[in-house]
Design a protein around this ligand. Structure first.
Ligand SMILES: NC(=O)c1ccc[n+]([C@@H]2O[C@H](COP(=O)([O-])OP(=O)(O)OC[C@H]3O[C@@H](n4cnc5c(N)ncnc54)[C@H](OP(=O)(O)O)[C@@H]3O)[C@@H](O)[C@H]2O)c1
Length: 229
């Protein structure tokens, strides 16, 4: 009988995670910056901006029965690393620091509830970069390796840490980007199936699998597609 908290549960992937968990019989805390935008019946609304330390602490105090934390909230601004640093910092503030703040606040909650599971929604862009994705890719690489480190640091309390990697999913974030997009409902189902199976990493789609495999090759073979000017 899982009790889950999902960040960014008002739309996109987060809303699909909430819906799928409800369908599987879980109790669901749905967290959103603006709780008025939560429209799924049956969830417990939580007001939460993950970059606000007071809000993060209040969420952990409110949802003390959680045994599954899904760190889904994220932003993609398109900021390049050599442009305005505010954009770079914004990506890191949400995708890395905000996610880490959630883990730090909820680790004792998970320990008190038997260990539980943390799911961090990373990206295929944890493993490569592309034009226009400089800051985002760095933040998702940090998110991925944060999962690896947390898995070690939380092993003693029995917390599973699972990192999720996908290419494009059909949500607001990918609007305007060309390419095959996975149905976000499928992303939620594959991820929750993998979590139930005890998997530490979810490679959701073929693109992510190809990107991961490319790390064993000469980077020129991968990056030549972007380097033709
Ligand atoms: N869609 C893709 O192609 C794709 C691919 C790979 C990975 N991902 C990752 O999947 C996750 C979900 O993305 P999505 O596609 O569902 O994007 P989305 O449709 O843009 O939704 C993003 C969600 O994150 C929330 N959020 C943003 N900043 C937040 C903050 N500071 N505190 C709390 N919530 C915040 C948003 O809340 P508001 O409604 O208040 O803005 C929204 O609920 C993200 O981590 C994203 O990086 C997405």
């Amino acid at each position: 009988m899982t009790t889950a908290l999902i960040t960014g549960a008002n739309r996109g992937l987060g809303r699909h995670f909430a819906a799928e968990l409800l369908a599987r019989g879980a109790t669901v805390y749905a967290a959103a910056r603006d709780p008025q935008t939560l429209d799924l019946p049956g969830v417990r609304p939580v007001t939460l901006d993950i970059t606000d330390p007071d809000a993060v602490a209040a969420a952990a105090a409110l949802a003390g029965d959680v045994d599954l934390l899904i760190n889904n909230a994220g932003i993609s601004t398109g900021a390049p690393l050599l442009g305005d640093l505010d954009g770079v910092r914004a990506e890191m503030d949400v995708n890395f620091w905000g996610t880490l703040a959630m883990v730090r606040a909820f680790a004792p909650v998970l320990a008190a509830n038997g260990g539980g599971t943390i799911v961090n929604i990373a990206s295929a862009l944890s493993w490569f970069s592309a034009p226009g994705a400089g800051a985002y890719a760095v933040s998702k690489a940090a998110n991925w390796n944060m999962s690896n480190a947390l898995r070690l640091e939380l092993a003693a309390q029995g917390t599973q840490v699972t990192s999720v990697h996908l290419g494009l999913a059909d949500t607001d974030m990918a609007r305007g980007i060309q390419g095959p997009k996975t149905d976000p409902a499928v992303v939620a189902r594959r991820t929750l199936d993998a979590v139930e199976a005890g998997d530490l990493e979810v490679v959701v789609d073929e693109w992510s699998a190809m990107v991961k495999a490319s790390l064993a090759e000469d980077p020129r073979a991968f990056y030549d597609r972007f380097l033709t000017v």
